[in-house]
Design a binder for this molecule. Sequence first.
Ligand code: F6P
Length: 408
Amino acid sequence: MKKIIVGQSGGPTSVINSSLAGVYKTARDIGVETVFGMRNGIQGFLEERIVDMGQYVRNDLDVELLRRTPSSYLGSCRYKLPEIKGNEALYDKIFDILKKNDIDAFFYIGGNDSMDTIAKLSAYGKEKGSDIRFMGVPKTIDNDLAITDHTPGFGSAAKFIAAMTKELVRDSLVYDIEQVTVVEIMGRNAGWLTASAVLAKGDDNEGPDLIYLPELDFDPKAFTEKIREIQKGGKKSVVACVSEGIHLADGKYVFEMGSHTDFVDSFGHKQLSGTAAFLSNMLSAELGCKTRSIEFSALQRCGAHLASYTDNKEAFNVGGAAVKAASEGETGKVILLERASDDPYVCALGRHDVNDIANVEKKVPMEWITNGGTFISNDFVRYASPLIEGEVSPIMVGGKPAHLVLPK
Ligand code: F6P
């Protein structure tokens, strides 16, 4: 392989740039001459907004800085390619741009929606007899990719959530008054991240009292009664962690019960936000006590100063493994993380057909949701604990973490 191209797609993570660094560094180490980057994923690629990464990532220090930079260095998009049938002109255009730039392999760092791009491009390439290779590099804080044990990005977001929840629980116990803190955590339809709030619990912390995942229907009345019951039982301050995607039995999101935006992205996803604000206002009216809503929002996926070393390392390795696989002639595959053991934590890298992964969502197993849908089992704790282990020291300049930024 002489020339390759890499892009980032979907929501960012604290370590998505570590995967980019893994692709870049491994490619250079095996003799690839040019690593192109597409600005804003496939959307920018279609507009031929392509950069030569070698001009901007000039040495090993830049690679290290890139690994510590949150957000997507190349920019991202939420753009789904249309079905091939009837849209052949668009696919021909993509292959023309690839050919024009002599590109041998295409790498896309993304979640299940983004893997659809790899599935479609590798299928079209096969149909046309192209020898360009297409590889998926997994990422998403949501941890909802099928087949792989977990996704790069999840461990760091889970670590952030565990640490922040721990600190919030401490703060919530300051006054001897009745109060409720509602914490909203990302993860659309899968509750992996919200479940991570349970990791706050330990010898020096009570942890949250209640945890609600989107895997089950949510009943606002039962929620209110549960909190009333806890307070009546003597625990005045209650911390409840809820997924941004909790919904009523009829499918309506809880955030839609309050004031909200109607924005829908091109993957067809509604912008989820405002669940904690709605619930905390509701509880204040129903219980007549102090309430506070906390929405971790984008902080949980860009808090790279609190990234997990395990996660950062795995993110780098999946990028490198994708390059190695493509150099061996693989196409239409995604790199997997395959866990061999929890303690000691051992995880290997594998490869799998992208068609089994694109557009599929992996949910938290029902048996890991306990206490009538209000808490999380120790099986989850065993699963998630190794993923948040280890720290990545930011490179501090002027008292703040330094970042590598792609010029406009
Ligand atoms: O990519 C996953 C994710 O972080 C979800 O957890 C969240 O619902 C969504 O992205 C938010 O996306 P955006 O930043 O595009 O609003």
